[in-house]
Design a protein around this ligand. Sequence first.
Ligand SMILES: [Zn+2]
Length: 143
Amino acid sequence: MLNIEDSLNRLKKSKFRASFHLKKQDIDYINSKGFETIRTHCFDFISQRLAPETILNDGKQTPTHGHPVFPAQHACACCCRGCLSKWHKIKPNRKLTIEQINDIVNLLMAWILNEYNNFNANPKIQKEKTNKKSAQLNFNFID
Ligand SMILES: [Zn+2]
């Protein structure tokens, strides 16, 4: 049984793992789909890409963006069987059990929820990003 709080605290100490964040497009996607749908997608990704006994492209099966679950997988070291083994002591080359899949999904959803709440608690960051973009557009226009 994987301890979510303990895992999230350990992952925060890794500069690489802590460098992943949800972006505005992920937040918009979550708002349009709802958390239950994101959880369903998450379960499907883990079941299809991480759970099999043998994975031919292990280490390369998880993109870094394109769905909120992808950055979550990298941030939580649930991106491939190599990382699962190193960080969560889940042995490779054997099929994940339903309990392990649910543990991973719960960890990923906890990370996503934290990111979602942080993002919404800091509207200033969003505003700065928007301003930067419009400043760039103005510059291009003058140019
Ligand atoms: Zn990995």
